[in-house]
Design a binder for this molecule. Sequence first.
Ligand code: ZN
Ligand code: ZN
Ligand code: ZN
Length: 269
Amino acid sequence: MAFLLQVYAPLPGRADAFHRCLFLFCCRTPPCCCGLRVFRNQLPRRNDFYSYEPPSEDPPSETGESVYLQLKSGAHLCRVCGCSGPKRCSRCHKAHYCSKEHQSLDWQLGHKQACAQTDNLDSTVPDHNFLFPEFEIVIETEDEIMPEVVERDDESEIIGSMGEAHEEELESMAKLESKEDKIFQKFKTKISLEPEQILRYGRGIAPLWISGKNIPQEKDIPVCPCGAKRLFEFQVMPQLLNYLKADRLGRSVDWGVLAVFTCAESSKR
Ligand SMILES: [Zn+2]
Ligand SMILES: [Zn+2]
Ligand SMILES: [Zn+2]
C-alpha cells in the first residue's frame, strides 16, 4: 500500500489529542485489493517527541534534498515507501526495507550498484515509481452562503400518460432516478464553488455523496474496537486522482468519494 495523504486534526479540549494526525494509505493495484487503510496517531501536548511550545513561524532552514531514512528514535525506514523498515540488505547492512518486495524493487532500481559503495547511500535513493508525487494540502473554509439546491417535484410530469399496470413501478423508478439526480446535482453545485478541492473536512457533519449508490447506513459503519461509534471526519474527492497521476505505470486507483469515519471517542486503542 502507498501513502496517500495525512491530515493534522487535533481535538480541541481533549488533552490526550493535542496532537492528532490521520494517515491514509491506499492500494495502488486494484483489484487485488486491500483498498484503503486509515491510521490515527495522537499525543498529549507534553510528550517525548515534540516540544511543548509551538514551533517558530519561520520556515525551517533548508537542509538540501536529503531523505530521512532513520528516525530520532533510531528506527529505520524503508527506502521505497518510507514505512517502518525492520529488514535490511544482508550484504551492506545499511539499506532498510519494510518487505522483500520493496527490497527487490530497490535492487533493480540501483541498489545493486550502490550496495558496494555504501558511503552515501541515503543520498542516492532512486525514484521507485511507488510513492505518489508529494503536495501540500492548503486549507480553506467553505462559506455557507450558497443557496441550497431547490427541491422540485416534477414526478407527475414524468409518469403523465403511462398505463395503469406499470404506473406504480415506473413511479418508484422515476423517484429513484430523480433522487440520484438530486444527489449528483448537489455534489456538482458544491464542487463548482471550489472545483480544485481534494478533501472536505468536518468532524460529525454529513458527507457530500457523489451518488446515491453505496451510501453506507449507520449499521454499515463498523464500530471502533474500543466500542464507540465512528463519526464521519473527512472525505477525499476525485479531483485528487488528477494530481496524483495515479495511472502511471498502468496501475491505477480510482474512487468517487472516499469517506473516512473515525472513533467518536478518539480513544487510545
Ligand atoms: Zn516499503
Ligand atoms: Zn545492500
Ligand atoms: Zn475507539
